[in-house]
Each structure stands twice: as C-alpha cells, then as structure tokens.
Design a protein around this ligand. Structure first.
Ligand code: PGA
Length: 251
C-alpha cells in the first residue's frame, strides 16, 4: 500500500508573518492521519521557521528547488546539505516553472535527484507536457522521456522512495484541471516506464497529480488507482482549502 502524499507548493508567496500565520492556523486544524504524508514547500527564507513550528507535529517541510553541488561558487543557490541541516524532508525538482524560466534541463534534474537522495531528502520530481505538445499528441513521449532521464543511473531502491508529480503545464495555475481519467492515464504511463527501467520500484514509487487541484476536484483525482497524492499550488496558500484536499486523500 502506498501512502498518499499531499504536498503544498507555495511558490514565491508569503512572507514571514503570513507563513507563520498559516502554520499556526494549520497546526490547529490538522489532525494526523496515518494514510497521508503532508508537506509544505515554502520559500527558502521560511523553511527554518516552518521546521521549528512543525517539530512536534507530523507535518513535513519541502524546498522548491536546490543545486546539485554540495557547495561552491554558485551565487544565489542553496544546496542539499544546507537543506538537510535544517531538517527539510522533501525537495521539488524540475518543476515546469524551473524548466521554463530558469532553463533547467533533464540532466540537471537527474543530478539534483541524485544529490537529494545523498542527503536523505526525498525528491518530488516534476514532469508534464505543454499544451502544444499535447495538441501534437506528444504527451506520453515527453513525459516518459522526462521520467527516464530524471531517474537515470539511480538504484531501484532509491527510485522506490521517490515521488513523481505529473503536472501538465496547461493545467498549472490556469484553473483548467486535467480530467481524472487523463491524470490516471498518464500516471499509468509513468508507472509502466518506471517498471521497464527499475522493476518493482514501480509498485512503491508515489505518483502525484498537480495542476489546479482544489477542494472541489481533489477527491475524484485522488481516488484514481495510480494516483498517490497531489502537488498543490494555489490551493495550498489557504489552510482551510489545503486541509480539505488532505481530507479528500484520507477517505
Ligand atoms: P496550481 O500549481 O495548483 O496552482 O495549479 C501546481 C504546481 O505548480 O505545483
């Protein structure tokens, strides 16, 4: 049985006051359920505060990105050991916004995934096609390629621990959500390709859906057989909405 993972992705939102306000309210509302892991990917500047506030809870933290080297002359970057030192549990890698605006390549994603595991941080590896690619019927080709490249050279035991988020670019922040069947179909494609390259790790790897997940649509998406959680952007900014999505994963 795979545990569901509900990951909030705050992107470049919230400051120290609003992040702490969220955490305070959310800790009050949140009731641990053994079937679901919950993490929040906050901006780097808020991660330590969240770590401290979540210490006596089952809530976990995530970074939204990291560099693939441990240290060095990389102005503006944050490394895996820096995240590990403050206790960060997950890291989002290869989000489509990183790929589109910061020129992240499949090779960089692969290096980051390996580095995250070295420091015991679980990567949430993002993949997904653009609208133009889907219109040309290229979506499965694109997603398979991204997944194979991201996991290249990783031992199967680590692949089994990874999370892969399918996030069609046309559904991110647009309010246009993939149908549960579209999300399920692509999750199957992902699980199948993981099986080809990494055998039984395919049964353990968690596959999330991301792209305009809201309290209203979460349940039908999370009920799909091959979907093991959600990566939630906009709706994770509000504690009540985020909680409703977690509750949808519970039942
Ligand atoms: P969204 O973002 O839920 O606001 O569409 C999802 C994501 O980019 O991870």
């Amino acid at each position: 049985m795979r545990r569901q993972l509900i990951a909030g992705n705050w992107k470049m939102h919230k400051n120290s006051e609003t992040a702490r306000g969220f955490a305070k309210e959310f800790i009050k509302l949140y009731d641990f359920t053994p079937e679901v892991d919950v993490c929040i990917a906050a901006p780097f500047t808020e991660l330590l505060a969240l770590e401290e506030m979540f210490r006596d809870t089952d809530l976990l933290t995530a970074a939204q990105n990291m560099h693939f080297e441990d240290q060095g002359a990389f102005t503006g970057e944050i490394s895996a050991p820096m995240l590990a030192e403050i206790g960060v549990d997950y890291v989002i890698i290869g989000h489509s916004e990183r790929r589109a605006y910061f020129a992240e390549t499949d090779e960089m994603v692969n290096k980051k995934v390996k580095k995250a595991f070295q420091w015991n941080i679980t990567p949430i590896i993002c993949c997904g096609e653009t609208l133009a690619q889907r219109d040309q019927g290229l979506e499965t080709h694109i997603v398979r390629h991204q997944v194979v490249m991201a996991l290249a050279g990783l031992p199967d035991e680590l692949v089994a621990k990874a999370a892969i988020a399918y996030e069609p670019v046309w559904a991110i922040g647009t309010g246009r959500v993939a149908t549960p069947q579209q999300a399920e179909d692509m999750s199957k494609v992902i699980r199948d390709v993981v099986r080809v390259y990494h055998g039984d790790a395919a049964d353990s790897v968690r596959i999330l859906y991301g792209g305009s997940v809201k309290p209203e649509n979460a349940k039908e998406i999370l009920d799909m057989e091959d979907i093991d959680g959600a990566l939630v952007g906009g709706a994770s900014l509000d504690p009540v909405d985020f909680l409703k999505i977690i509750q949808a994963a519970e039942n």
